[in-house]
Design a protein around this ligand. Structure first.
Ligand code: SAH
Length: 273
């Protein structure tokens, strides 16, 4: 007797893994904008701003799956499964993430599930928080005289149970950008100093970068923990550690108080171009 296997059911739609950039709605790419405009369903993270969500068609389904420290959010497995389920019934499924989906965004894990389920996808990169913060705080991440390289790391991994090899980040000619590090500022400060990075190394912590609520505190590595506790800082916040931070005083150009273009104004300007 011959065995017949039924052909696998084809997913109707496609998943677009889209980076929304760090906050300023104008930092969205034209491609992300075009995809958002034709979205049937959008699964979005907590970091995606209201201004960007306002671009999504009113009749599209909007599902918040974001994680915020301490608050309940959908588990990663649930999100992965939801993407697959939606792709079976909807044409354009948008998975919208803050910054760039492949930088501390679990974009890779979500795509692996889609591959297993045979769902088609495309990836639209976004401006990552390090780039947005660097630009809007006047801190070039590399500079021929101060830093020959830049490293992005997460400060969120359970630092004590899985110790970070701080010696690989102690090079004084390298800029270190730490995502999700605020709650571990003390461990980061000690780890880097013990590994030989000078306590006098300039550091900046910038919160809500590229938005009208951007705030920066600048000091030295020896003060990192104290700086991270500054009341003016709100989440999300990013740390930049290295000699390039010393350039911020002269290269700083962004005035958050003047950064309140509404989405309508932005689009009106864009349409004139
Ligand atoms: N995929 C995102 C990062 C997600 S991890 C990206 O590419 O930017 C979340 C961390 O990003 C936050 O804890 C914070 O460290 C950083 N971050 C995101 N947006 C930020 C912003 N507007 N200002 C400062 N830090 C930000």
């Amino acid at each position: 007797m011959e065995l017949f296997t039924l052909p696998r059911q084809q997913a109707l739609g496609k998943v677009w893994l889209v980076g929304a950039g760090p906050g300023d709605v104008e930092l969205l790419t034209l491609k992300a904008y075009r995809i958002l405009k034709k979205a049937d369903v959008v699964l979005y993270d907590a970091l995606v701003s209201d201004e960007i969500m306002a671009l999504v068609p009113a009749d599209a389904e909007k599902i918040a799956v974001g994680k915020r420290a301490g608050k309940h959010s959908a588990a990663q497995d649930e999100i992965n499964q939801l993407l697959v389920t939606k792709a079976y019934t909807r044409q354009n499924v948008v998975r919208l993430k803050g910054g760039d989906p492949f930088i501390f965004g679990r974009g890779g894990e979500e795509l692996e599930t889609l591959v297993e389920a045979g769902v088609a996808f495309e990836v639209v990169p976004g401006i990552t928080a390090a780039s947005g913060t660097s630009a809007y705080a006047g801190i070039p991440l590399t500079h021929r005289e101060h830093a020959q390289g830049v490293t992005f790391i997460t400060g969120h991994c359970k630092l004590e149970s899985r110790p970070t090899d701080w010696s690989s980040y102690a090079n004084s000619q390298n800029t270190l950008v730490i995502y999700m590090g605020i709650l571990n500022a003390g461990t980061i400060q000690q780890g880097l100093i013990n590994a030989g990075r000078a306590a006098s190394t300039p550091v900046a912590i910038v919160s809500k970068a590229t938005t009208a609520n951007q705030r920066s505190v600048i000091g030295t590595l020896g003060e990192l923990e104290q700086l991270a506790a500054s009341p003016e800082l709100k989440m999300p916040a990013l740390m930049i550690i290295g000699e390039v931070v010393g350039l911020a005083t002269s290269l700083n150009w962004f005035n958050p108080d003047e950064a309140n273009l509404s989405v309508e104004e932005t689009l009106a300007v864009t349409n004139q171009v």
